[in-house]
Ligand binder design. Structure first.
Ligand SMILES: [Zn+2]
Length: 283
């Protein structure tokens, strides 16, 4: 499929399927054989369709695609969630495929404050150190922007998480925006309001000091939030927050409950493309 746009591949696939169905219907054979062939061909079409989910409409042009990723690594970084380590080649291919389909890559603030057509916000949660060693050079090479949601963990554990120096260098490049993710990756829906408030504010202040300006958006660790959490995030000064809920919908509906598509590890290129643009999720 390399080199052939997936949007056109849908129509080509449909045309091939219809032609096959017609051949099965018109072939010189007893009706029982023809009906059997049509049923078989129908099943092939159904299985292919279920895998691709081509019938789902693409998100409207004005609706930005928020994609959720974590580590970018050949090896699985977190064995508990292998899907959270996309391979660099898979990510590069997805960026190129989306770009060929007319999408451009922006930071979360850019897609929120400067809406445009067919925009993608790549987001990387947790601030794994490979976001500096692997993702950053890849985005530089491809000229694509992204947003990283980081905790303060790199201050004590720079082996695994982004250090202050790395964050500053990435932010200064203009390619990467940084957003809040609590100081210690605390699941906000599971702690007291006082702890949640401290976690949000410590993280925001730390990032603000490193980058030179306070982060504008936030991502809830593990997607955990409540109505109270939303208020705390808003009060801290954030203007929007991202969840782990799947699907796509206009940001204006609930700026503090933005949905994201999860791009799992090991997807075939066309699967990743359809997940990103159609909201299909396959674990
Ligand atoms: Zn996280």
């Amino acid at each position: 499929m390399q080199g052939f746009p997936y949007e056109r591949a849908i129509w080509l696939g449909l045309a091939v399927w219809l032609a096959g169905a017609l051949v099965a219907c018109l072939m010189p054979a007893p009706w029982a054989v023809r009906i059997g062939a049509m049923a078989l061909w129908g099943a092939v079409g159904l299985v292919a369709s279920l895998r691709v989910a081509w019938w789902r409409p693409r998100a409207p042009r004005a609706c930005p695609l928020f994609l959720m990723l974590h580590a970018v690594s050949e090896a699985v970084v977190d064995p508990v969630c292998p899907n959270n380590s996309i391979r660099p080649g898979e990510l590069a291919r997805l960026i190129l495929d989306l770009r060929r389909a007319g999408y451009t890559f922006h930071t979360v603030s850019e897609v929120l404050f400067d809406p445009g057509s067919r925009r993608v916000a790549l987001t990387f949660d947790d601030g794994f150190v490979d976001n500096y060693t692997t993702l950053f050079p890849l985005l530089r090479e491809l000229g694509a922007k992204a947003t990283c949601y980081v905790t303060n963990r790199g201050a004590a554990d720079p082996t695994h998480f982004l250090s202050a120096g790395q964050i500053r260098e990435m932010a200064d490049s203009g390619l990467i925006e940084f957003g809040g993710h609590t100081a210690n990756h605390t699941v906000l829906s599971e702690v007291s309001a006082a702890v949640a408030k401290r976690e949000i504010e410590e993280n925001r202040a730390w990032l603000g000091e490193i980058v030179g300006r306070l982060p504008a958006t936030f991502a809830y660790p593990c997607g955990g939030f409540t109505e109270e959490t939303v208020e705390l995030v808003r009060e801290a000064g954030y203007v929007a927050a991202l969840t782990m809920r799947k699907g796509m919908r206009p940001v204006s509906l609930a700026p503090f409950e933005i949905h994201r598509q999860i791009i799992p590890r090991g997807c075939r290129p066309w699967q990743a493309y359809f997940i990103a643009t159609r909201g299909r999720f396959r674990a």
